[in-house]
Design a protein around this ligand. Structure first.
Ligand code: HAM
Length: 416
């Protein structure tokens, strides 16, 4: 039996991690400029945390969580998302003593979904949460930061859709209205929606089944049923977004797969070529969650970016890792000097791999090529005597004699 990775759980190989790091570093430098601090959260949480936050009638909780008893019999869950853990940490460590807390995290999430390109059972998110700001300006600023992040990475075709899901004032009445409408269409709905009418009727608006899309075409719109406070908040979000130069599309059918949202919700789609897997980031406002998890009333807004989907979009477009240099020393004396030189070059930030094999120069050059070298640096007896090396530019098929102390600057400046 050969051992392979479990389907839906990916290895991220060295050829990909350069891009991943670039994405993470871009996020980090932009988010930091907006005052976010990094939080590192555990991968495992008590199951109850997700039941109470994501909601018991959501797809995630009903069928996608990796839940198991530990040796003591306590129920544990591999986190399917980062917002609930971030709020748990916020409450546990009383981070609410600050007027506003801005948290940022990256890491793997786990959902038992049907794996396909762009959808995995272990996937990575970059998430950000603003805790303690009720202003619509906070929604717009976080969204503008996110759009700036996508623009910096030169993501093509990123488009923002927003909606408002109302709050405890207006959503119950809307739910009732929608419930009655859906009841009248019961014969036309898919089995799943039929079952969900009773527990979570809003989900029917998001169903991808053609019959359900048709049946809900004329359904009452939540945006038209918002109470005064929610409608004013939504208007201000749109106003501030325009102030940031963003023209959002309002999609009143967009309901999210997590129950904690109130008021603003959003999705950013890009042309992934992956059909329904085109959401690269999503999130919204969750003004009640901190209280529901035992903290003081704290209005919040946040989002998460899907790393795999973003990496798929950017593949091949980024200037990747620094050039690779392979160093070949010919003979004992050159090897001795090589130890010192390689250490100095590495200290100057050059990526150097030493080629230790025993073959002749031709064989070792072939190995350098197979290692993917951008440069081969050769130190033989003649070079040793003259204080130089031969630097071979593998991509340009050119070679030069270079003084030892000039090697680092020449390679660093070559920029393949
Ligand atoms: P979400 O919409 O469930 O929101 O996930 C956010 C993003 O994670 C999606 O837009 C997608 O890019 C990526 N994603 C989700 N599931 C998968 C999967 N199975 N495979 C690959 N990528 C996936 C949340 O998780 C919320 N916690 C966002 C949030 C933060 N809301 C407020 N604060």
């Amino acid at each position: 039996m050969s051992i392979t990775a479990i389907r839906g759980f990916n290895d991220i190989l060295p050829g990909q991690t350069g891009l991943w790091r670039q994405i993470e570093q871009t996020a980090w430098s932009i988010f930091r400029a907006y005052g976010f601090g990094e939080i590192r959260l555990p991968i495992v949480e008590k199951t109850e945390l997700f039941l109470r936050s994501i909601g018991e009638t959501t797809d995630i909780v009903e069928k996608e969580m990796y839940t198991f008893p530990d040796r003591h019999g306590d129920m544990m869950t591999l986190r399917p998302e980062g917002t609930a853990p971030a709020v748990r940490a916020f409450v546990e460590h009383k981070l609410y003593t600050a007027p506003v807390t801005k948290l940022y995290y990256t890491g793997p999430m786990f959902r038992y979904e049907r794996p396909q390109k762009g959808r995995y059972r272990q996937f990575y998110q970059i998430g950000a949460e603003v805790l303690g700001d009720e202003s619509p300006r906070a929604d717009a600023e976080a969204l503008s930061m996110l759009m700036k992040f996508f623009a910096t990475l030169k993501v093509k075709g990123a488009s923002l859709q927003i909606n408002s899901l109302g709050d405890a004032n207006c959503r119950p009445a809307y739910k009732e209205k929608l419930y009655n409408y859906l009841k009248g269409k019961a014969g036309e709905l898919c089995e799943n929606c039929l079952r969900r009418i009773e527990t979570n009727p809003l989900r029917a608006l998001d169903c991808k089944a053609a019959d359900c899309i048709e049946a809900t075409k004329e359904a009452p719109s939540l945006v038209d049923s918002l109470c005064e406070g929610c409608a004013a908040h939504f208007d201000r979000v749109k106003y501030f977004l325009r102030l940031y130069g963003i023209d959002p599309l309002v999609n009143p059918r967009m309901v999210r797969g997590l129950d904690y949202y109130t008021r603003t919700t959003f999705e950013i789609t890009a042309d992934t070529g992956l059909g329904s897997q085109n959401a690269v980031a999503a999130g919204g406002r969750y003004d009640r969650l901190v209280e529901e998890l035992g903290g003081p009333a704290t209005p919040c807004f946040g989002f998460a970016i899907g790393m795999e989907r973003l990496a798929l979009l950017l593949e091949g477009e980024q200037a990747l890792a620094a050039p690779l240099t392979v160093f070949i020393a010919l003979g004992d004396e050159a090897e001795k000097k090589g130890v010192e030189l390689v250490s100095a070059w590495r200290g100057a930030g050059i990526r150097v791999v030493e080629e230790f094999s025993a073959g002749g120069l031709k064989t070792r050059m072939k190995r350098a090529d197979r290692l993917g070298a951008d440069f081969a640096v050769i130190l033989g007896e003649n070079e040793l005597n003259e204080g130089v090396v031969t630097v071979k530019d593998m991509k340009q098929a050119r070679q030069d004699t270079v003084a030892w102390d000039k090697v680092a600057s020449i390679i660093a400046g070559a920029g393949h």
